[in-house]
Ligand binder design. Sequence first.
Ligand code: NI
Length: 135
Amino acid sequence: MKIKVSRKAHFNAAHRLYRADWSDEKNFEIFGKCSNPNYHGHNYELIVSVYGEIDPETGFVVDMKVLKKLIRDKVENALDHKNLNVEVPAFKNLNPTAENIAVVIWNILRPQISMTKDLEVVLYETSRNFVTYSG
Ligand code: NI
C-alpha cells in the first residue's frame, strides 16, 4: 500500500527574469514586471511530497522530522531571503522562473530521499500560480 505524505515550507526570495541577449523592451514583453532590472520579491510556498510504502515498523513513509530538517537545511537555508539571480549559484545561468526553481529544489532533495520513494515538489510563486515537478 502506497501513500503520499507532504510537508509545507515557505521562503521569500528576490529574482529577475530576463535574458541578457534581449533588449529591455523584449524582456518586458515576455517577462512583464518580473523583468524589473531592480529585482522584486515573491513569497514562495513549497509543498514537498514523498510517495511510497508505509514502513510496517514505524508506520511512516518518511520521518517528518527528517523531512522537515532536510527542507530547512537544504532548501530554506539556501534560498530564503536571497537574491536568486545574484546569490544562488544554480541560477547563475538559469532564469529563476517558478519552473526552474522547482526543478532545482527537486534536484537538491532527490539524492537525500530513498530511491524506493517518489518525490514531488509543488512551488507556489503566488497564491494562484504554481508548478509541479516530479522528475
Ligand atoms: Ni517575479
